[in-house]
Design a protein around this ligand. Structure first.
Ligand code: AMP
Ligand code: MG
Length: 412
């Protein structure tokens, strides 16, 4: 692996998987934990497993509006008529049924002695007698205590990034608050003399800083807390000073731009002056060098400047690193096969990501390639649905081939 930190030049490519694994291996999970009320816990990472302290559901209850019966009371053949002995609504205490039928509603506790519920749509009820057809199944329409989660079972594992249904489950288990890890704090800045803050006038040769807005949003979605340090100029000494400041009190310093080997690419030197750095040429397209290292003891990730390379570098290298920092059990984004609507030939050796949109044609769903191919084309990202992934060894794909597709929703 090319270690510029050792003073050697970068040569050779590392695979994307090596780069991601290398990045992840350099960080440890944030240690501090806190308790959050459920309403504030979405997107946070569970610090410890949650074990159910009660059965879910807590008692046997009816899944339908109908009549609770004892299966043994049903006639061996043909319809059965039973007298209705009483009724239970949701929220009432369980009754007891020795013989006959018991009116019951969804969520109400099943009377002791009953083992089957008949849906009200399936019976004829008149004058306190209910007549039900043959062919009922023992245990039908009855939700047993603990059938969803049994008391003592693990309901959610440590490392789980909480999603809305998880919060519902925790609430159902009676928890008002949940132990989570503190969010990783990420210092973010852009580098480049050409960059201008959106909203300001644009001078000659200048462009607006696009990466920081995109990275800010990606960091939020990755569960990070952001310290926004703005735009830094291409000046090695100033950069070093700001890097040292950024490192204090943060768990990660994330930058874009200035990590190539151009004359104004000073981030590399600034990081070397206050820490260590590996600059990897990653075998991806679009892609450029990705710098991984540390500044004053804090992990550092330097993404390239081109926005599409930033997006890809964040999604496949920074995102798994952030998951590790957050203590999150990382699940690689799941690709699914789509039919291609284009032909593409290429040199093998790199993993390539093609921006595509999904459309419908006579044969179903087809992936159309966005005409903007360049690593600088933000519109191509904004106007497409996801990435078709071409493995390193592929030299050609043709219209009609199936290829793995990663929707942006999987990456963000
Ligand atoms: P660099 O890696 O600094 O050489 O930048 C590569 C390309 O990305 C150049 O065209 C830069 O102008 C562009 N670029 C760098 N940073 C940003 C940014 N924050 N927003 C938009 N474009 C950028
Ligand atoms: Mg630059």
């Amino acid at each position: 692996m090319a270690r510029l930190g050792d003073g050697r030049t970068d040569s050779g490519l590392v695979t994307l998987d090596e780069a991601a694994a290398g990045a992840v291996s350099r960080v440890d999970p944030v240690a501090e934990t806190l308790k959050l009320p459920l309403a504030a816990a979405d997107g946070h990472v569970l610090a410890e497993a949650v074990v159910a302290r009660l059965d879910l559901p807590p008692f046997a209850n009816s899944a339908v509006d109908g009549y609770a019966i004892r299966f043994a009371d049903l006639a061996a053949a043909g319809a059965t008529s039973l007298p209705v002995q009483g009724r239970t609504l949701a929220g009432e205490a369980p009754a007891r049924l020795d013989h006959g039928a018991w009116r019951i509603f969804t969520g109400a506790p099943v009377p002791e002695g009953a083992d089957t519920i008949v849906m009200q749509e399936d019976v004829v009820a008149s004058d306190g007698v209910v007549t039900m057809p043959a062919g009922l199944r023992r245990g039908a329409n009855l939700r047993l205590a603990g059938e969803d989660v049994a008391c003592g079972q693990e309901a959610l594992p440590a490392g789980r990034r909480l999603r809305p249904p998880d919060l519902g489950l925790l609430a159902a288990l009676g928890l008002a608050e949940v132990p989570v890890r503190r969010r990783p704090r990420v210092a973010l800045f852009s580098t480049g003399d050409e960059l201008t803050e959106p909203g300001r006038p644009l001078g000659p040769g200048a462009i607006y800083d696009a990466n920081r807005a995109m990275l800010h949003a990606m960091l939020v979605r990755a569960g990070a807390e952001i310290v926004d340090l703005g735009i830094l100029r291409d000046d090695a000494e100033g950069l070093e000073q700001r890097l040292r400041e950024a490192a204090t009190g943060c768990d990660l310093v994330l930058t874009s731009g200035g990590v190539s080997v151009g004359e104004a690419d000073h981030v590399r030197d600034a990081v070397l002056a206050c820490g260590g750095l590996d600059l990897w040429r990653v075998a991806i397209k679009p892609g450029k060098p990705i710098a991984i290292g540390s500044v004053a003891g804090t992990p550092f990730v330097g993404l390239p400047g081109n926005p599409v390379a930033v997006f890809v570098g964040f999604a496949f290298v920074a995102r798994p690193l952030l998951a590790r920092l957050a203590g999150e059990t990382y699940v690689s984004p799941a690709a699914w096969p789509v039919r291609l609507g284009f032909t593409h030939a290429r040199k093998p050796g790199r993993r390539e990501f093609l921006r595509v949109s999904l459309e419908r044609d006579a044969d179903g769903i087809v992936a159309r390639r966005h005409p903007g191919e360049g690593a600088g084309s933000l519109a191509s990202l904004a106007q497409s649905d996801g990435l078709v992934v071409l493995a390193e060894d592929i030299t050609q794909v043709k219209a009609g081939d199936l290829a793995p597709f990663l929707p942006y929703a999987e990456l963000l």
